[in-house]
Design a protein around this ligand. Structure first.
Ligand code: SAH
Length: 464
């Protein structure tokens, strides 16, 4: 982000604009939506500007912008449509310490004016840093259509009611009240009786919510997929959006955490195979504690929560404390990893079963049924296997696996830094060492990447 969006306080403050033609008019139409004191500097002005000045909506100073004119202003616009003149205006503004915008000249501007969807006091500002004005217009058109026309009025009336709403317990109860107002009761009342109807509807709704008994908390175990936020299920997204508390794994990406509500408490309960960790017991206690306080707790686990996720221990903790819970399945990294190499986990005539195995467990390197895994055509997705490559290789070869058995390592599955390493059993430890993996990696035993070039191409096409 090269530009940081903010909402600037302009009420009763001066905004100076230099110019009297079309570029000036376009900006003034936007600025007139504000409660700023707008001062236009122009020797000649379009009829609209003269009319606005006559109606005292703006001040028109009938001369060029000169030194001293920026002082006391919060913003300066150079809108003369004349490169040299506008540059001079910008220089004056900068010398006088005021943020300046050179219309249609991004590089000479301190700020840019976004496309605006106006449902005052609800304002949506859309910017593309000059990269794609078409996109900004399309987003604006989309939002204009979607946001009900009464939204601004509803928000204004709602704001007056905020003090009363504090009588409702903070968190879920209060949110449920506001959500029903904005998305059900409010729009209905506004359509029926306009602004007049809103106050009464709010009052009635408030009484109804006040008499509700406090809701019990609950825990939702959510599989967050391998990292790409687009691989979340709709249910997972909704749960995240609704959560009061989010307790997450080390492997959850920031892009996914971004989808939680801003007020939600986010707790990092990272566990690392060989590093520092939050003890499982502490996580269990935390889940129960927050839910018992009446919160909606989302326990966010990478991939699918039921695969190497210690889900059962956490469910037991909830059950023992009589806390209600539900589980939302996610895309496990094995599914996402095979997708990225164009293979299937099972294939008719090759393998009719697939194993999800772990490279290490509580006792160290994990033992498996090596003999059957060593047969031709077998496929296994090996989780947490980075450190156990030599052990896996030894066990499998000892039980007769072919040294040429394909093995594919997929690091950071589904993330922008995803890496695919094609190897085979005979030199798996060396290839793994050479790859110097730093992210989570899944080892696909018995599968080679297929049509790697084609797959990437398709992805790029999709991205376009
Ligand atoms: N519940 C998770 C697995 C948790 S165990 C799931 O269903 O995917 C942690 C292991 O999962 C990691 O050591 C790694 O082997 C694998 N893993 C998780 N996310 C991954 C990712 N984005 N890329 C590659 N491997 C991943």
């Amino acid at each position: 982000m090269k530009h940081f969006p903010i909402f600037l306080s302009v009420e009763d403050r001066k905004i100076a604009l230099s110019g009297g033609g079309d570029a000036a008019l376009a900006k003034l139409r936007l600025l007139l939506k504000t409660e700023a004191n707008i001062v236009v500097y122009a020797r000649q002005a379009a009829p609209e500007i003269k009319a606005w000045a006559a109606d005292r909506m703006i001040d028109w100073v009938q001369r060029d912008f000169t030194a001293g004119d920026a002082s006391g202003a919060v913003l300066v616009y150079a809108a003369n449509d004349d490169e040299a003149v506008d540059r001079a205006v910008i220089d004056i503004a900068r010398a006088e310490g005021v943020l300046a915008n050179h219309v249609d000249n991004l590089s000479n501007s301190d700020f840019i004016t976004p496309a605006i969807v106006d449902r005052d006091p609800v304002t949506v500002a859309i910017g593309t840093e000059g990269a794609a004005p078409v996109l900004a217009r399309a987003i604006k058109a989309d939002l204009e259509e979607r946001l009900p026309r009464g939204l601004g009025t509803m928000a204004r009336v709602g704001k007056l009611f905020r003090k009363f709403a504090e009588a409702l317990p903070m968190g879920r109860a209060r949110r449920a009240f506001w959500s029903e107002y904005y998305f059900q009761t409010g729009p209905l009342a506004f359509d029926k009786d306009g602004e007049e109807g809103l106050g009464e509807a709010l009052g009635a709704l408030f009484t109804k919510h006040l008499s509700k008994t406090a809701e019990a908390g609950h825990v939702t175990f959510v599989g967050a997929g391998p990292g790409d936020p687009e691989l979340l299920t709709v249910k997972a997204r909704n749960a995240l959006h609704d959560a009061d508390v989010v307790i997450h794994d080390r492997l959850i990406t920031p892009e996914i955490l971004e989808l939680a509500r801003r007020e939600a408490l986010i707790v990092d309960a990272g566990k690392e195979g060989f590093g520092p960790s939050t003890p499982q017991g502490d996580i269990d206690v935390m889940l129960v504690k927050y839910a018992a306080e009446g919160h909606h707790v989302v326990r966010l686990k990478s991939g699918d929560a039921t695969v190497f996720g210690r889900l059962d221990e956490e469910i037991d903790a909830c059950a023992d404390a009589a806390i209600a819970y539900s589980v939302i399945p996610g895309i496990t990294s094995a599914s996402a990893a095979v997708a990225s190499v164009g293979q299937s986990l099972t294939r008719r005539g090759r393998n009719s079963s697939v194993r999800l195995i772990t490279g290490h467990d509580v006792k160290g390197y994990a033992e498996q049924d090596w003999r059957s895994l060593a047969s031709d055509g077998e496929v296994a997705a090996i989780y947490m296997g980075k450190k156990s490559a030599r052990f896996l290789q030894g066990r499998l070869m000892m039980h007769g696996a072919s040294p040429q058995t394909p093995v594919t390592i997929v690091e950071n599955v589904s993330r922008p830094n995803q890496r695919i390493v094609a190897s085979q059993l005979s030199h798996l430890p060396e290839d793994l060492a050479d790859a110097s993996l730093t992210g989570p990696a899944l080892i696909l035993y018995g599968l080679a990447p297929r049509n790697a070039e084609l797959i990437t191409q398709t992805l790029e096409e999709v991205a376009q």
